[in-house]
Design a protein around this ligand. Structure first.
Ligand code: M6R
Length: 606
């Protein structure tokens, strides 16, 4: 969750860095800091808490200079405090480092440094990097010779060769003020390319207001930014490398809150547009064709795959779980769905006959990337479904399909999830058409429904006032159960994840058929049950499960299809929000527009 911004150019670095850090605030942090170089001196400012504290500190003690690096920290090693806030410096105080990631062997490295007399100022893992670079410089430099950029680069490479773990680093030295160094291993880092100015950033929104041209660093890359140019080297070999500059299709405005109270709310309301953008040009209902130009897998390849394995984490994993129902049912193809962090540490049976699909909003999730590399190593074909052009997954997978959400700034995924589902529906249709496994009227029906989807989601969003009323009524509950069946089971899991992540309320997602196998023991009026009970093949089964809940005195909040009177009758039937026609029901039953997952007129063959 930490953020890095670096700058070298003609502007006052402290202003550029503060502005960039502000644009990364959404990622969460508990302290912030920056270092600015001014000739052969450097100065550091750090503060605990909000960026406003750092800003106030900078007002009292301004920094002058045209190069530097800044950081927002989310504590991992050592409590949130000024001494643990980044940047960190070496024993001379002339080498300064900011870092995202985790140095896995820092305890051993720290012990070695302490044995050599180094005193530590913080409890962080990052500080070892500053000391190691400082020591490597001292070994290479015959004082009082100035430190040349090549010597600085060599010292950084030597230090990094000792480190095990993950990092995105920004490094400066007061003895080599003409450069800012960035290095990447399994943590995102990009270089923003301006005119006679360059930027480092852990995430694109930090630089979007200044440049739309970026070089995405890859694992093992080291970047040397000066006012005139950026040079890239391999950390391992020191050889120069070339990376192409990518034009970022997002503008700074898309990364702003646009009048919403917070990014998550804005992104929830962006779903109709994001679905429209994601589906645009991909469905041809007249010809009954699906266009997936960036798939880069031939029809023959697709027809021949023995099995498909989906890997992802968190919300993206839930999208994958939902897709399994589609692939098995429509494409009639075997489909496994795996949590990426488990997949990479098993010995999964995957080979050249298989397709691995990696789903990720960011395209930078380390476990998902590792799973892709593992599968590629075994000869499998890989396909990325992601939201980030130029990200690691986008670059490394054989085929790719983009979700066109624009930047998802809110850490809790919302519009990316529904756009992933839309892409997975399209992909399943594509497979079904190639294999001839769905009758044409079904294909037409599904396409028509997908083309209505954006409008329906817009309709569903009109329930917001009623949903807010429900939240007000129930927010004191400490536990929630989310139930769903079939396609709606992954949705229940996702609902529970969102509630946990955003409200810090404990929630579990369950397939409703499992209720009687244990969890029903927990049902009472203190455990609200959120049921996703839209009409479809398993509707009657879900109703039976909800009757079980009701019989135990449980309070049901149901997300149901508009016009469903049976579900309203399940309990006493008073309206929760008289002001809104779609929110109704006793003890919190909520009818919504047809859900994303279900074609409107004819249920899919699931
Ligand atoms: O960028 P990714 O989709 O690979 O991220 C994976 C998860 O970390 C992510 O989906 C996470 O679970 C959500 N942000 C939670 O809302």
């Amino acid at each position: 969750m930490c953020g890095i911004v670096g700058y070298i150019g003609k502007e006052e670095a402290s202003e550029v860095l503060l502005d960039g850090l502000r644009r990364l605030e959404y990622r969460g942090y508990d302290s912030a800091g920056m270092v600015v170089l001014n000739g052969n001196t450097l100065e550091i400012r750090r503060s605990v808490g909000k960026l406003a504290n750092l800003e106030a500190h900078l007002k009292k003690h301004p920094l002058t200079g045209h190069a530097g690096v800044g950081h927002t920290r989310w504590a991992t090693h050592g409590r949130p405090s000024e001494e643990n806030a980044h940047p960190h410096r070496d024993a001379t105080g002339r080498v300064v480092v900011v870092h995202n990631g985790i140095i896995e062997n820092y305890m051993a490295l720290k012990a070695g440094l302490q044995a050599r007399g180094v005193k530590f100022e913080s409890q962080t893992d990052t500080e070892v990097v500053a000391h190691l670079v400082g020591e490597a410089i001292a070994r290479r430099r015959q004082a009082p010779v100035p430190l040349s950029p090549p010597l600085f680069v060599e010292a950084v490479r030597e230090a990094l060769s000792e480190i095990k773990g993950t990092y995105a680093l920004g490094i400066v030295s007061a003895d080599c003020p003409e450069v800012v160094i960035g290095a990447r291993r399994e943590c995102p880092l990009l270089v923003g390319v301006g005119e006679n100015e360059f930027f480092l950033a852990s995430d694109a929104p930090a630089i979007l207001s200044r440049t739309r041209n970026a070089i995405f660093l890859q694992d093992g890359d080291l970047a040397v930014l000066s006012r005139e140019k950026v040079l890239l080297f391999s950390i391992e070999t020191g050889q120069p490398i070339e990376r192409k500059t990518t034009y970022l299709p997002w503008d700074a405005l898309q990364a702003e809150k646009a009048g919403y109270r917070h990014f998550m709310l804005k992104e929830i309301f962006e779903q109709p547009r994001s679905l429209e953008d994601t589906l645009r040009g991909r469905l041809d209902i007249n010809e009954l064709k699906v266009h997936l130009d960036t798939l880069k897998l031939s029809e023959e390849q697709i027809k021949k795959f023995r099995k498909m394995t989906i890997v992802a984490c968190g919300t993206s994993y839930h999208a994958g779980l939902m897709a399994r129902y589609l692939f098995e049912s429509w494409v009639q193809a075997p489909c496994d769905v795996e949590i990426a962090s488990e997949f990479r540490y098993r010995n999964p049976l995957i080979g050249p006959e298989d397709l691995l699909v990696a789903i990720s909003q960011s395209g930078e999730t380390a476990d998902t990337i590792a799973a892709v590399r593992h599968a590629k190593g075994k000869g499998a074909t890989t396909l990325a479904i992601c939201n980030s052009v130029g990200s690691t997954l986008y670059r490394e997978c054989h085929g790719k399909i983009l979700t066109h959400c624009g930047p998802e700034i809110g850490v809790a995924s919302t519009k990316a999830f529904t756009a992933q589902l839309a892409v997975l529906y399209v992909l399943a249709l594509y497979g079904a058409l190639l294999r001839g496994t769905l009758p044409r009227p079904d294909v037409e029906n599904i396409m028509r429904n997908l083309l209505h989807l954006s409008r329906w989601v817009g309709e569903a969003l009109k329930t917001d006032a009623g949903v807010a009323a429900l939240a007000k009524k129930y927010f004191h509950s400490r536990n929630f159960l989310f139930l769903g069946r079939n396609l709606n089971y992954p949705i229940a899991l996702e609902g529970a994840l969102k509630l946990k992540e955003i409200s810090y309320i404990h929630a579990e997602g369950y397939p409703s058929g499992e209720l009687k196998h244990g969890p029903i023991a927990l049902i009472d009026e203190d455990m609200p049950v959120i049921a996703i009970a839209t009409q479809g093949r398993v509707y009657d089964k879900v109703m039976t499960n909800l009757e079980e809940v009701s019989a135990r005195g449980g309070r049901v909040i149901a997300l149901a299809t508009v016009g469903d009177t049976r579900i309203t009758a399940l309990t006493s039937g008073h309206r929760l929000d008289a002001g809104h026609p779609r929110i109704h029901g006793p003890r919190g039953q909520c009818g919504a527009a047809p859900t994303v997952g279900l074609p409107h007129r004819r249920p899919p063959r699931l």
